[in-house]
Design a protein around this ligand. Sequence first.
Ligand SMILES: [Zn+2]
Length: 441
Amino acid sequence: MESNVSANLPLLLTGATVIHFDPPRVELADIRIRDGRIHELAAELSPQEGEQVVDLAGRWVMPGLVCGHHHLYSALACGMPFLPDAPVDFADMLAKVWWRMDKALDRESVELCGLVGGIGALRVGVTTIVDHHASPNYVVGSLETLDGALDQLGLRRVLCYEVTDRGGPAEAQAGLDAHKQLLASVPDGWRAVMVGAHANFTLSDDTLRACGDLAREAGVGVHIHVAEAAGDEVLVGEPLIDRMERLGALVPGSLLAHCVHLSPDELQRAYDAGAWTSHQARSNMNNGVGYAPLQHFGPHSVLGTDGIGGDMIAEVQAAYFRSQEGGVGWFADRFLQTLHAASTFAGDKLGVTLGLIQPGAQADLLVLDPIPGPPLLGENLANAIIFRFTSGMVRHVMTGGQWRLWDREPVGVDQLAVDARARRAAMALWRRMLENDQAAR
Ligand SMILES: [Zn+2]
């Protein structure tokens, strides 16, 4: 496909309406890009020799979005065979849907999950994905496979494997081992690794302690589901934050996903320990696990999709509407802060500045087709994102100064070939699920 920009050319984007999230601000400016980063931001910059000029007059430019908690491994799940008896609660949903599906993932399907989920995210303006991966029959090597797929697309990623005891001690050890090669690699701004852990109720004391130890040794956090359903604490038989403290698993920089059933005191202790929390409104509604006490979530909170695609605009809108219904008292500006916070979180892991359009920050940008209407101002930006924006506005996406989506088409990736492979891989995955069901009977 034809992109109008090739790799690493010095670039000047002119005439764009530039949207800043932190603090909310809108200005007309030109953007000079050098070596993958924003070099200069000012009105009416003059083109320099060797610079390619891209006229963005009339378009909106905003920071690339970060999905703070994703499960790319679910990317081939839509259409998979269901069991005749529907899940009755969240634990049953894991057993009958997700743990049945993830066991059938192999190398090919994991790679396709990365490509398909990654393209889906790119097309709706996501430039960085914080992922939580599981494929119990392809554990060691799975993170490298996902990493390679996302690298092809030019997406930044914070990866981990969700360690669990549900498949026994050898599988738990393999989950820990799955991190080691990438943890030892040199940080390059594109990939970071956390230590993944599924959830307290599928982890023995020893395994959860080992996750904390590995994370602390590597200087990274633990990425774990915490108190997603009310039953989690009952299954464990101990308050979850108490347990994580006792086992040394509440490591600074950790990411606690969901936290639907934590008390204000527990959320405060997690925050004081340097952990972040993530909120997935659509997933919580889909799983019927209850409404997270957002009013007690601290500033170190991010939004994620929990595997329901990559659309962070749809996610922030759903989170806002659910909060209005829930009487949380968060205004739209707090949701904009939380949407932006994932850039701070992921940028810290990756060792780069994300989410800001300013000199020195990575050139991870979206070019949007504006929707005609009232003037877009800093004062109304948060409300505009809730009530006016859609991910359908995303026309071009850049990461590290290179176009990754141009005119809504992924650059450098044959989307039709990926689609053909994905259809084959999905059908093979679903067939393995049915074979596994038969073998279990
Ligand atoms: Zn999750």
